[in-house]
Design a protein around this ligand. Structure first.
Ligand code: ADP
Ligand code: MG
Length: 450
């Protein structure tokens, strides 16, 4: 039986090959010496028939079957059998089953709702979004790699999945491989263990688009880095698009080999900035729209969204979680979503969000960063090398805390609120043109919010 033959195959192809390629096969028909297997994707079909068809045939023969040929086919898109839906494709936004995906060789499942449609664009993410869109058009490779970075929950994974979804609809023949750096390592180690490194290399080198999420994970992991570097180079040489994400800029990832760092930097590096109030509100409104259809009849008092967007500033994931809880709770108790209910229901999240940065922390970090004395933050010196960092700290105090200008002034050695306002404006103005300053602000903000 196929079950027994599978066990034999497991022994002869090794565990990683088995899980990647053999396990998903479904014996469909076996007639006139032709064994037909169903495979979920075209990519798998090509791969399996190229690499494993003969072995499968031999095993069938050994088991006493008379096999002239083994064939693999991908169920047609209109098929409704469960096998037509790949393991990863869940429901699309409309609730209809998605067309089976034959272009994306999945190492990690793609989230169906992570599309460009559901990505809210605002100032903090507009560049990253535009770059992702460009890659998703699938035209000639203009920058390689696209390196997306930003703090946790700011939409890196969402954008990468959106690229994969879009490419797949536009060019279904494209082989798109999305996986996390952790999975890359896992597969690599497994291939090493099973002595299947050639197959591993070949597989990664045969994709058209490679996307590796959270690449900071391989920092410090020497042999994985080495392999990643080779894969990376091989694909760039073939002019294949690579998309990478990380939680920080290439230059800030510790324990990353210099040559990898510089390769990562030679494409387009864009960051997702921490959300601002408008973006948070936009995301909440989009989500709420969805929930309104899920919980018809649920009322929401005015000002609720604004309040939430104001008070929950950590990251989008937390923001979404808060809204989900709010709707679930309100519908459970059959109450309108009022500000009171929000405060009750989200007390813990709001408190956690409030336990944010203090002005003292800001001053300390900024002083460290610019290598000046903490005392100079509140002291009277007016030389540029001290005054500018001080203004940076004022700016961060204004944007990261809820303190008023006079309160901030008091903590900067009793300065007047107009001085603070001037400092904040100055930095706002400068950061638009001074990219070094913009980077500094970004990094400081991330450090402080970590
Ligand atoms: P990251 O990979 O950067 O940690 P994710 O991409 O996983 O973050 O995003 C976390 C959650 O926030 C996801 O549910 C995602 O859909 C949502 N999200 C983040 N940014 C946006 C955005 N601009 N519009 C809509 N949803 C977003
Ligand atoms: Mg992510």
């Amino acid at each position: 039986s196929w079950g027994r033959i599978r066990n034999e195959l497991l022994k002869s192809v090794g565990k990683s090959n088995f899980t990647n390629w053999i396990e998903p096969l479904k014996l469909d028909t076996f007639e006139n010496g032709i064994a037909r297997f169903e495979v979920p994707t075209k990519f798998m079909r090509d791969w399996v028939s190229r690499n494993f068809a003969e072995q499968i045939r031999q095993h069938l023969e050994k088991a006493g079957e008379n096999v002239a040929r083994v064939e693999f086919h991908v169920p047609s898109r209109s098929a409704t059998s469960p096998a037509a839906v790949t393991e990863r494709s869940s429901k699309s936004k409309t609730g209809a089953p998605r067309a089976p995906d034959d272009s994306v060789l999945t190492a990690a499942p793609l989230e169906a709702r992570f599309t460009f449609d559901t990505f809210v664009v605002g100032k903090p993410n507009e560049l990253a979004h535009a770059a992702a869109r460009r890659v998703a058009e699938g035209g000639p490779v203009t920058f390689n790699p696209l390196f997306l970075y930003g703090g946790v929950g700011l939409g890196k994974t969402h954008l990468m999945h959106a690229i994969a979804h879009e490419l797949q609809t536009r060019q279904s023949e494209l082989r798109v491989l999305y996986l996390s750096a952790e999975q890359f390592m896992y597969r690599f180690v497994q291939a090493l263990r099973e002595k299947e490194i050639m197959g591993f290399k070949e597989m990664f080198r045969s994709v058209d688009v490679l996307m590796v999420d959270d690449v900071q994970f391989i920092a410090g992991k020497e042999s994985t880095q080495e392999e990643f570097f080779h894969t990376f180079n091989a694909l760039v040489d073939q002019n294949k698009q690579i998309v990478i994400s990380a939680d920080r800029a290439p230059g800030e990832i510790k324990d990353l080999e210099e040559r990898i760092r510089s390769r990562l930097q030679c494409g387009l590096v864009v960051d997702l900035h921490p959300t601002d109030y408008e973006l948070r509100l936009g995301i909440l409104q989009q989500k709420a729209e969805l929930y309104r259809s899920q919980y018809p009849g649920l009322k929401m008092a005015p000002g609720v969204m604004e309040f939430v967007a104001h008070r929950i500033t950590t990251n989008v994931r937390v923001l979404e979680g808060a809204l989900t809880r709010l709707f679930a709770f309100a519908s459970l108790v059959g109450r309108e979503i009022t500000l009171d209910l929000v405060q009750d229901c989200l007390a813990d999240i709001i408190r956690a969000s409030d336990r944010k940065v203090t002005i003292e922390e800001i001053q300390r970090k900024v002083a460290e960063h610019y290598n000046i004395r903490l005392a100079d933050m509140i002291g009277p010196k007016r030389v540029r090398t001290i005054a500018r960092p001080r203004q940076v700290a004022m700016f961060l105090a204004k944007s990261l805390t809820t303190r008023s200008l006079p309160e901030i002034g008091r903590r900067f050695g009793g300065r007047d609120h107009t001085t603070i306002m001037h400092g904040v404006r100055k930095i706002e103005e400068l950061k638009a043109t001074d990219s070094q300053l913009a980077d500094d602000l970004n990094m400081l903000q991330r450090l402080l919010e970590a």
